[in-house]
Write a protein that binds this ligand. Sequence first.
Ligand SMILES: C[S@@+](CC[C@H](N)C(=O)[O-])C[C@H]1O[C@@H](n2cnc3c(N)ncnc32)[C@H](O)[C@@H]1O
Length: 254
Amino acid sequence: MDFSDPRMVEIFFSIHSDLPREGPGSRATTEKALALCGPLPEDARVLDIGCGPGQQTMDLAELLPGATITAIDNHPPFVDEANRRAKAAGVDDRVKAKVGDMTALDVEPASLDLIWCEGAAYSMGVDAALKAWKPLLKPGGRLALSEAVWLKANPPDDLRRFWDEEYPDMRDVPACRDLVASCGYSLLGDFVLPDSAWWDDYYTPQLARIETLRPTYAGDATALAVLDEAVEESELHRTHGDYYGYVFLVMAVD
Ligand SMILES: C[S@@+](CC[C@H](N)C(=O)[O-])C[C@H]1O[C@@H](n2cnc3c(N)ncnc32)[C@H](O)[C@@H]1O
């Protein structure tokens, strides 16, 4: 998709608005990754990067009731939605979302106990993210991120073509583990997200949204092609989801 074309961006966000979340994940996988972090200070300072509409932000807020959480995203409507959810849950005194750029974070060095990032580090490159965010963590601080990975070699041609376009640098799990070590972190654990994390809060509501948009875009070939592309992406996952997935990597600063 051409994100330099404002019309395409508008159609894209007509799909990607008011959805539970904007990438694979679930309450259960956030909780499992947090457990791998081990004990955190009662009053932990947490940064959730690429928070989207804030589903994992809210899960973290509930799971870490003494923590102060800042969530950042560069798409203002997602930030508004994350703040709305924090207010609705009555945690807006300690959970705040802000517009920000993950490549230029306005954060004091060595000030964070935990950096969280579900499905967003790829947009600056996970290697660049691991390097850039490390100085922001306190000694012994934790970083947990989820990342798209190959799970099997020799993918079918249609799947290879899709990922060559979407994320040509996608690694496999061993390569992610090597990267974590080479960037000066100790891996505390990792796991591949179950298939339900792709469907329940991500593709299923997205597909329902797409069907509600079809009448609005009737006769608009450009818009309908964008909708079809999103449906095809979920169909690729349905048919070839055993070849790729998301891994949660949980690490500590060495
Ligand atoms: C795949 S979505 C994941 C959102 C959320 N973590 C979730 O799982 O629902 C990636 C998010 O990263 C945000 N993003 C992309 N580039 C960014 C940047 N440079 N700085 C901050 N956020 C960015 C997008 O706006 C989007 O909300």
